[in-house]
Design a protein around this ligand. Structure first.
Ligand code: HEM
Length: 408
């Protein structure tokens, strides 16, 4: 195959989105790093290189703390989407040290192993409550009927956000995360910006309430927190609450959808978990490795002399790490295209990232996924697809439109 055929790819192509892995495999085996002219990015394909990029302090999720947009030739942020940029401004995913360190420390204080552990039993109970009536009905749309209400309830409980607006929270989040895709259409950007404005107003109101009447919850914790004698600003709290709420369900829900689809196609693997041969804790790592809910993360090169793989990449350039490709790297995983739910080294997947931005919610996500798989094993020991599911059409946030399952 000619190089120019291999070294470009189009994440918007419906055929690619139908099953991206053959193309990702081709790219990874052809090269460690390639430049995409149209998207002006360096794509990184292999496990070893993605892993080391994630840990490289000369690469940042943002550049604005050290470089101006003019210096590296990128347009300034589009002022039409100021409500969206406002929510990003203090998000952990937008910040680099020292601001990142300051806010991450506060959030980490709430995500201790103990606080996550204390959610384990209530989360398992919630899984049962939601799945019981669905098992009786014999059919469900896994994402709408179970994964979304489940995951949003767990993160809301952790933060102390009431559940009465949970469909709004899901809707705001779905619209906002469209901004992380390539080639965002105008209407999608407008919808994301409106969602960000409504979400901001909602969280501001919550902050006012907690300030007037403190509760034993994380929003109150953020309102009252002091770092070196300084309180967080309202803008900082709004961004932090929004990133936790959004990151706190999108990927978990899509892991359940992608993972249960993999099981539907390989019922022999589901039987290994149902029978107890493979523990849920092991199975969820393979679910994340095999079809990760987040396919790509980016970094800016902030220093000179950065070499990725064997390619020098100049300061001010953008790198895109292909997680799905890294997770199928045969240099790390035997028979990587096989869904092997008992795979011993599945947890070496890149799914939760690494370095200073490593997923702060990983212990919570693991506990939710485990509780869900265990409850599903008991209540849905046999299931089949009611219809072939459709993908959402997005690549970065990788999930299904829905997944209709029937008990066998
Ligand atoms: C299976 C589920 C999940 C997956 C696969 C996942 C994956 C990731 C990844 C890959 C990153 C790093 C991004 C980067 O390096 O650029 C990240 C960051 C983050 N995740 Fe998760 N996540 C999941 C669930 C959660 C949950 C339940 C929460 C709830 C709090 C959460 C909160 C966050 C936050 C706040 C960050 C930003 C951390 C920082 O920048 O310092 N995630 N996640």
């Amino acid at each position: 195959m000619a190089l120019d055929q291999i070294l470009t790819f189009d994440p918007g192509d419906p055929e690619f989105l139908d099953d991206p892995y053959p193309e990702l495999n081709r790219l990874r085996e052809a090269t460690r790093v390639f430049y995409d002219e149209g998207r002006e990015r360096w794509f990184v394909t292999r496990h070893e290189d993605v892993r080391s990029c994630l840990r490289d302090k000369r690469l940042g999720r943002n550049f604005r703390h050290v470089l101006t947009p003019e210096e590296i030739g990128v347009p300034p942020l589009d002022p039409r989407w100021s409500a969206f940029w406002g929510t990003e401004r203090w998000s952990l995913l937008w910040l680099e040290p020292p601001d990142h360190t300051r806010i991450r420390k506060l959030v980490a204080a709430a995500f201790t192993p103990r606080s996550v552990e204390s959610l384990r039993e209530p989360s398992a109970e919630l899984a049962r409550q939601l799945l019981d009536p669905l098992a009786e009905a014999g059919e469900m749309e896994l994402l709408y009927d179970y994964a979304q209400p489940y995951s949003i309830a767990v993160i809301c409980r952790m933060l102390g956000v009431p559940l009465d607006r949970h469909r709004d929270l899901l809707d705001w989040s779905h619209r906002m995360v469209k901004m992380y895709e390539f080639d965002v259409p105008l209407e999608a950007a407008e919808a994301a910006n409106r969602a960000a404005a409504e979400f901001t107003e909602y969280v501001q109101e919550l902050i006012r309430e907690r300030r007037a009447k403190p509760c034993d919850d994380m929003v109150t914790g953020l309102v009252e927190a002091r770092v070196d004698g300084e309180r967080l600003s309202d803008d900082e709290i709004v961004s932090t609450v929004i990133v936790l709420l959004n990151a706190g369900h999108e990927a978990t829900v899509n892991t359940l959808g992608n993972g249960l689809l993999a099981f539907a196609r390989r019922p022999d693997q589901w039987r290994r978990v149902v029978s107890g041969d493979v523990r849920a804790a092991t199975a969820i790592e393979e679910m994340i490795r095999f079809d990760p809910p987040l396919q790509l993360f980016e970094r800016w090169v902030l220093a000179d002399d950065v070499v990725v793989g064997d390619v020098p990449i100049p300061r001010g350039q953008k790198i895109a790490m292909l997680f799905g490709s890294a997770n199928r790297d045969p240099r790390v995983f035997d028979r990587p295209d096989e869904f092997d739910v008992g795979r011993e080294n599945a947890a070496r997947h890149i799914g939760f990232g690494g370095g200073i931005h490593v997923c702060i919610g990983a212990p919570l996500a693991r506990s939710e996924l485990e509780a869900s798989v265990e409850a599903l094993c008991r209540l849905w020991p046999d299931f089949e697809l009611v219809e072939e599911p459709r993908r959402t059409g997005a690549f970065v946030i990788w999930g299904l439109e829905g997944l209709r399952l029937a008990r066998g």
